[in-house]
Design a protein around this ligand. Structure first.
Ligand code: NAD
Length: 518
């Protein structure tokens, strides 16, 4: 992810950012930031384009997704190159995290949205059902602002964009200033797919651009990023009374039980902790392993972690970190842990052989819950392993956090895994896999506690970009309400008798729960 340096510009001239590769520290480009007026103009254009877009049948909208998929398949090498240049991540990670997941999302929502957004007829229970019919329709909200982070710069920009578009909204996307070129790919892709003008605008910018987007009057914000920024977004949305989904940070635990397949668990731990150089929102940030298998599990983790390769090009396993501050956080967390008694088994320092921002894959033991590395999101390639007495202690410590994004549990007994999963207070849990629920659209994805508000993906996520509008139709053309007045004590007495019958007798209670035909 690119190192960002703001450039000096005279007042009245657009601000500029210089970007450098975190892998080589070489410059990779400059971007010019939009003015506040330009942000407003983008929202206005999106608002103008939205009604015609919403008027298209869902299947027509889906055709643009299918075209975009075709373009992505054809141009994937070019996209991977942009992603790698800007992020310093291994080719495999650009392919798996960004390209594979984007192809799946384009296809999934192209095929499923019509079903998820189809107007529904609902049966109504009890006496109200005698006179009313209920329809539910899914209306677009208008203009959706998508604000995305740098760590999955293409997928975390395109996935909410696809869903907001399929629901009939227009979108203004503001990718992270650290990964503007990867965010811009989303605009390029849909432009090549022929998306009508104004339906999607990509604004390259920084935090101020994001704040201006909020100010400019969107109808929903779909935000993915840090807890600190998430709070600001929540406050700005509260002031404007607009909905938001907030996909925020985590401190995801992994629990290894005594009956786990230790080799697979060790592989899962290493993949979960070091993928994307640990800059993965659902990355494994702390491990609790029961005493009986702790030594053997740790040995296998160390063996695997020490074989990981870092490089600025070619074939390698662990890439660069975004910018100097992220690397400093990793250093601070390791230094704090060591000062409080932790042992470094692998890594524990910047990679001295590389020029770029590389921190060595690091495994720590002898860790405790008074260390930063066990309490605050590190977002780096650091894996602390803590021995626990038993399953109960593992669950208690896994829940001892202000976060709750994802978690994973390892055991040979699926039923036991399911039981433990349901006692961990996190947005999602995986059994015998690193956290990967975000990639499964059937799974509603969202954080618990400080890790976020709302859920994205699949049916729930898609409908989150809609106003879900119930329409109640009177079967008798409004006769009953038209004859409501005058009130009288006699009518009240009749009503009270009816209430006593409905909920005070067995037959009444049975009738009050009957659902009438549509
Ligand atoms: P960040 O909060 O610094 O920035 C996220 C986006 O918000 C960027 O586009 C940024 O320019 C913009 N922004 C910053 N300040 C703003 C403001 N005041 N108003 C409007 N927009 C503003 O986060 P980051 O450093 O880019 O991303 C890393 C964080 O994201 C980590 O905490 C990670 O866990 C989290 N994350 C969460 C998920 C998830 O799905 N829950 C996924 C990926 C990343």
């Amino acid at each position: 992810m690119a190192i960002v340096t703001p450039l000096e510009t005279p007042p009245g001239v657009r601000r500029r950012l210089r970007l450098a590769s975190p892998a080589t520290l070489e410059p990779i480009g400059e971007i010019e930031l939009p003015t506040i007026e330009e942000v407003h103009a983008a929202i206005q254009a999106a608002r103008k384009a939205q009604p015609a877009w919403a008027a298209l049948p869902v299947k027509e909208r889906a055709r643009y997704m299918t075209k975009a998929l075709k373009v992505l398949l054809e141009r994937q090498d070019e996209f991977i190159q942009v992603l790698q240049r800007e992020t310093g991540k291994p080719r495999t990670e650009a392919l798996e995290m960004d390209i594979f997941a984007a192809c799946d999302a384009l296809q999934f929502y192209a095929k499923r949205s019509a079903r998820f957004l189809r107007p529904e007829r609902k049966r109504i229970h009890g006496v109200v059902g005698l006179s009313k019919q209920l329809r539910i329709v899914y209306r677009p909200l208008g203009v959706v602002g998508v604000i995305s982070p740098w760590n999955g710069p293409f997928i975390l920009s395109i996935n909410p964009t696809i869903q907001a578009l399929m629901a009939g909204n227009s979108v203004v996307l503001k990718p992270s200033s650290a990964t503007p070129y990867s965010g811009k790919l989303v605009g390029d892709l849909f432009e090549a797919a022929g998306l009508p003008q104004g339906v999607l605008t990509v604004l390259l910018g920084d935090a101020d651009t994001g704040a201006a987007l909020m100010e400019a009057g969107v109808d929903k914000i779909s935000f993915t990023g840090s807890v600190a920024t998430g709070r600001k977004i929540a406050m700005a949305c509260a002031e404007r009374l607009i909905p938001c989904t907030l996909e925020l940070g985590g401190k995801d635990p992994m629990v290894v039980l005594a009956d786990a397949d230790l080799d697979r668990a060790a592989g899962g731990a290493v993949a979960g902790a070091f993928m994307n150089a640990g800059q993965y929102c659902c990355g494994t940030e702390r491990i609790y392993v029961v005493e009986a298998v702790a030594d053997e599990f740790t040995r296998r983790v160390v063996e695997r972690a020490s074989k990981l390769r870092q490089a600025a090009g070619g074939e390698f396993d662990v890439g660069a970190m975004i910018w100097p501050r992220q690397l400093e956080i990793a250093e601070e967390h390791v230094a704090d842990a060591v000062a409080k008694g932790a042992k470094v088994l692998v890594g524990g320092r910047r990679n001295p052989t590389l020029k770029g921002l590389y921190y060595e894959p690091t495994v720590l033991t002898n860790v405790t819950h008074d260390m930063l590395v066990m309490r605050e999101e590190t977002f780096g390639p650091i894996l602390p392993i803590m021995r626990v007495r038993d399953e109960e202690e593992a669950i208690r410590l896994a829940n001892d956090t202000v976060y709750g994004l994802a978690a994973n549990v390892w055991t040979r007994n699926k039923r036991r895994g399911l039981g433990v999963a349901q006692r961990i207070n996190s947005g999602s849990v995986c059994v015998n896999d690193m956290a990967m629920t975000y990639g499964v659209p059937e799974a509603p994805f969202g954080g618990w506690k400080n890790s976020g508000i709302g859920q994205v993906n699949g049916e729930i996520g898609l409908r989150g970009y809609c106003h879900i509008q119930p329409i109640l139709i009177d079967r008798f053309g409004g006769k009953q309400t038209a004859n409501k007045y005058p009130y009288s004590f006699q009518k009240d007495a009749g009503m009270q008798k009816f209430i006593r019958f409905l909920w005070g007798t067995r037959l009444g209670r049975w009738l009050s729960m009957r659902r009438l035909p549509l």
